[in-house]
Design a protein around this ligand. Structure first.
Ligand SMILES: [Zn+2]
Length: 87
């Protein structure tokens, strides 16, 4: 039997690479990312933040959205506290 499919391990991805990927998503909208796009990358954003990256500097569009979207802010914060607990 073959087990060719392996789960993606984002910890092997260089921050710069992730940054590019997140940026390409963030910039598909005008300047501001929308909720759906943000939901897709939320767990990665949390991972970056947990890794000590400065989201506000790295991904300003996302930080901006989190600033004024209570729904996304809520989700982000709950994911962040979950990530902190799994230490
Ligand atoms: Zn939102």
């Amino acid at each position: 039997m073959t087990m060719s499919r392996q789960p993606e391990d984002m910890s092997n991805v260089a921050p710069a690479q992730l940054d590019r990927w997140l940026r390409s998503i963030a910039t598909t909208e005008e300047r501001e990312i929308d909720c759906d796009s943000l939901f897709e990358v939320m767990d990665r954003v949390v991972e970056l933040a947990q890794a000590g990256e400065d989201i506000r500097r790295l991904l300003p569009e996302i930080a901006l959205h989190l600033d004024h979207c209570p729904d996304c802010r809520d989700l982000y914060e709950s994911l962040e506290s979950l990530a902190g607990e799994s230490e």
